[in-house]
Write a protein that binds this ligand. Structure first.
Ligand code: ZN
Ligand code: ZN
Length: 363
């Protein structure tokens, strides 16, 4: 993340209150995953830790970020440590009078854990995904930023359509998408842009190559950007000239599956139920074994976050979650089609963020 000065004035204290409400029995929570530190404090640098205590806490970082932390984390006591976190944490814990400290099981290296677990007076207790889970439901400001990122993405799609000419390469098209998103207003691209022509689209995550565009190719583009920390993620598959009949049929099946998934998504259902709604359409078309990946994922400060929409997912979608719905069908030697929208989850359904059309566009 970057763009410190443009970070929104969010109520981080109330986010930290929610954290402690969900973890009674702990004196404090040590937050070490940077994305969660950013969410709970507003800090956008690359090294910062939060020792969150009900009603307050301590923010720890190194001297590179002393000034940035002063600006971004004005509401917490700040500690600048020279090298190792462990001694600074021990001091902070003693000063706050906390002993039982939760830590993110997925947010620490073994080395750091070894150093911290040897500290006197501290009892570390692993917590699973509770901190990440706080970020699943987005507030109105977060949704506003996700909408802005999507607007940039839609505009970049409009621009790149004009660049799809015979002979252009996948690499050139992906560069055009990246450049367009930056020019239109993204602070950066959200992930490695996927552009796949023809048979290359049979790989769900194809890396753009120097394969030239030919008449009759389908073009699969999966791309997104970041606006003030928040990601967009959209896939469209268009035809460059009339495609093979089989690909037209597959596009129709994938679109029906995607609409069925969107029709099913609302708060209170599980990720598995959402996945099933879309997957059953593809299975009914006899293509179930060609849809290997999950239906979707949460999107926000991270490009891939919870809740997860996949087989076996017990994640319950909360109001305000923003998740992708992205079924795909991939046939080696022929090609692949995926259609992806991010949607905002509500009690009666969901609202797709993209305005880009989904009917097969034949150029
Ligand atoms: Zn995507
Ligand atoms: Zn996605």
């Amino acid at each position: 993340m970057s763009g410190a000065v443009s970070w929104l004035p969010v109520d981080h204290a109330s986010r930290r209150t929610r954290l402690h409400e969900g973890l009674p029995g702990l004196d404090a929570v040590l937050v070490t995953r940077q994305v969660n530190v950013a969410y709970l404090t507003g800090f956008t640098g690359s090294n910062g830790q939060l020792l969150s205590v009900p009603g307050g806490g301590v923010f720890l970082t190194d001297s590179r970020y002393e000034e940035q932390a002063r600006q971004e984390v004005p509401d917490l006591r700040r500690v600048i440590y020279p090298q190792k976190l462990a001694p600074a944490l021990a001091e902070a814990a003693a000063a706050e009078g906390v002993r039982r400290i939760g830590f993110e099981a997925g947010g620490m290296t073994y080395r750091t854990w070894t150093e911290l677990s040897g500290l006197e007076g501290i009892e570390l207790q692993a917590i699973e995904d509770e901190v990440d889970g706080l970020r699943w439901a987005k507030d109105a400001e977060e949704i506003g930023l996700l909408e802005r990122a999507q607007e940039v993405t839609d505009a970049a799609f409009d621009r790149v359509i004009g660049k799809l000419v015979e002979g252009v390469t996948e690499g050139q098209v992906s560069f055009e998408l990246d450049l367009s998103m930056r020019e239109i207003g993204a602070e950066r691209v959200g992930f490695d842009t996927i552009v796949a022509f023809g048979e290359n689209a049979a790989e769900p995550h194809h890396r753009p190559s120097d394969r030239p565009l030919r008449r009759g190719d389908m073009v699969k583009m999966d791309f997104g950007c970041v606006v003030e920390g928040y990601h967009s993620d959209m896939t469209r598959t268009v035809a460059f000239g009339e495609p093979e009949h089989r690909l037209r049929e597959i596009h129709e099946v994938v679109l029906r599956a995607q609409l069925a998934g969107i029709g099913a998504v609302r708060s209170g259902i599980t990720g598995e139920e959402a996945d099933r709604a879309a997957r059953s359409v593809i299975e009914a078309a006899g293509l179930g074994d060609r849809f290997g990946h999950s239906l979707g994922h949460g999107v926000g400060l991270e490009i891939h976050e919870g809740p997860s929409l996949r087989r076996g997912s017990r994640d319950v979608l909360p109001d305000g979650a923003v998740v992708t719905v992205e079924p795909g069908v991939y046939v080696p030697g022929l090609g692949g089609i995926r259609i992806e929208d991010a949607v905002v989850v509500g009690p009666d359904g969901c609202r797709p963020l993209p305005r880009t059309a989904k009917d097969l566009l034949v150029l």
